[in-house]
Design a protein around this ligand. Sequence first.
Ligand code: KIV
Length: 274
Amino acid sequence: MYTHLQRDASRPPVTLATLARMKADGEKIASLTCYDASFAVLLDAADVDVVLVGDSLGMVIQGHNTTVPVTMDHMVYHSAAVARGLHRPFLIADLPFMSYPSQTQALEHSVRLMQEGGAQMVKLESGGKQTEIVEFLASHDIAVCAHVGLKPQSVHKTGGFRVQGRERETAARLLEEARRLESAGADIVLLECIPATLGKAITAALHVPVIGIGAGPDTDGQILVTYDMLDITTGRKPRFVRNFMDGARNNLEALQQYVRAVKQGEYPAPEHCF
Ligand code: KIV
């Protein structure tokens, strides 16, 4: 009765227990964003551990300058498409801008991402104020990823896409926030755009897996926007992006090289860190 309709018993689906074991064993978690079923099939074939339907889709799919215009309906639509293409990876979907201002709205929208979008975990951009939301969702047995550091949904308030936690006080505040979010029930913490030293300190301080993007080599895992690392995105890319199409014959090979580089600790290199 607890047996899933298995498509490939030799590749059991990744769960939170798998990710906890990977952290304990020091095996790096390879994660990427995804927005449609075709890429989902490729990411699965490349053995990506965690797939995120990020609200970055507002920028790379919809062509906006920020993630702010992304709605719940957009997230549900893309998450459901990705879920159809996946078998092994653990699927996280973003709660978009202003979809979690209250506990009840956060719960209602998380349920949509899980029931209609097929997500196994929801992610929200969190600071001090979101701790209670994380606690409320966790008390309803919803798996939560807390996004700390650079929070793209807040760029109009914070003044742009900037590295966070460079000063001693802001670094201490981010470490404290991450600790509080873990205590509130966050199952994964995602760190975006912070100095590598802070990424290392937060990862060491937490028991739950920590996944980084521009947070240095010492987090438990890495994530990138797939369109960035496949060099589909045009224009200037953030410092932490490496073009994995370099030397690859096709998309699948580039994705496999990313997974290998993360697992072997070759990515991120010093030039990708703050
Ligand atoms: O929306 C997204 O793609 C993200 C990543 C940058 C981690 O949150």
